[in-house]
Ligand binder design. Structure first.
Ligand SMILES: Nc1ncnc2c1ncn2[C@@H]1O[C@H](COP(=O)(O)OP(=O)(O)OP(=O)(O)O)[C@@H](O)[C@H]1O
Ligand SMILES: [Mg+2]
Length: 312
């Protein structure tokens, strides 16, 4: 089945209307590439968990189809599902079980033969080895989150969904998780994660999809997204304050700030030639002397906020 260039997940025309009559997904098309880290970003209620739940066979779609490595998620449910590990958004734990048993059992559910060495490795990777025989209810919140990841990896899935893996997780643990995700990717696992932390997407993802009100607003290579939409701002600190922008500089769309002590200039950071050089020459011609200058670039966060605002 696996054609190396074919998307590992192909979502076509996917729609979901819940029994309440609420439509959580509208006609979503999405291809996930083999081996990538794909980050799905969107505000609360955008439809991220709904989309993941459909791909994982927990929620039924109202329309459209999903193929996982060629297997239809309805007609070839078991084959499709076995390829997937899911780390759910909600903490669900078998309070009286131990991590060791929970992982062994979960693996068995997927019809995989026992593999104690694999389970040991996963528990070690998630720093749970020394708690392997503790009752789950005695673990801390962060340990329970790690356990959810360990469980999702127990059957050696080729695709891992992480639905807000780092919500409520401390900084150190977040870093550990990122490292684990990178290791999994280097082992060839395809990873789809949702997050509210844009820095997480910026740090981790190869591609980013933005979903808002059930519609996939944009899917883009992260670097391309930042390049296309990444505006830069140049702040010029002036030697002497200006009351107004000299007419000779009117064409640059400059703005005065800090009581006339600063000029700010916003421009597209994408082109090969920076528009800064001619501006600096024009400033010089106008007799404006600079104390200092700095540039800043918009983050993915700025991009995201402006996109979602636009879509409203
Ligand atoms: N079982 C359900 N019945 C009715 N509506 C639902 C159900 N599950 C989800 N919804 C609605 O569908 C919409 C999308 O929910 P979903 O959980 O997919 O959002 P999300 O993007 O994961 O949000 P969050 O960032 O808060 O996790 C929301 O408006 C939600 O209230
Ligand atoms: Mg969700």
């Amino acid at each position: 089945m696996s054609d190396i260039d074919a998307p590992i997940i192909a979502v076509r025309g996917l729609g979901k209307t819940y029994a309440t009559g609420f439509t959580a997904l509208h006609d979503v098309d999405l291809d996930i590439r083999r081996g990538e880290i794909f980050a799905l970003l969107g505000p609360n209620g955008a439809g991220k968990t709904t989309l993941i739940s459909i791909v994982c066979g927990i929620v039924n779609a109202t329309s459209g189809s999903v193929r996982v490595d060629g297997y239809d998620i309805i007609d070839d449910y078991r084959a499709a599902r076995t390829l997937i590990g899911l780390v759910p958004q909600e903490l669900t734990t078998d309070a009286f079980e131990t991590p060791w048993n929970a992982l062994s059992f979960s693996r068995g559910l997927f019809g995989k033969p026992p593999a104690p060495a694999h389970i040991e490795q996963v528990l070690k990777d998630l720093s749970l080895w020394n708690r392997k025989d503790s009752r789950i209810m005695t673990l801390s919140g962060g340990m329970k989150r790690r356990l959810l990841i360990a469980k999702a990896l127990s059957h050696e899935p080729r695709i891992l969904f992480l639905d807000e893996p780092t919500a409520g997780v401390d900084v150190e643990l977040r870093r550990d998780m990122w490292q684990l995700v990178r290791k999994l990717r280097s082992d060839g696992v395809t990873i789809i994660l949702t997050t509210h932390y844009i820095d997480e997407a910026e740090e981790m993802a190869d591609r980013i999809g933005i979903i808002n009100k059930g519609e996939l607003v944009l899917v883009e290579q992260k670097s391309e997204l930042m390049r296309k939409l990444g505006r830069k701002q140049l702040t010029l600190q002036l030697h002497e304050p200006l009351r107004e922008i000299p007419p000779a500089l009117a064409g640059y769309g400059l703005e005065l700030a800090d009581h006339g002590n600063e000029l700010t200039y916003t421009y597209e950071g994408a082109g090969d030639r920076s528009p800064i050089v001619p501006l600096l020459e024009a400033l010089d011609d106008a007799g404006i002397r600079l104390r200092d200058l700095r540039t800043t670039q918009s983050s993915l966060e700025d991009i995201f906020v402006s996109l979602v605002r636009e879509a409203r």
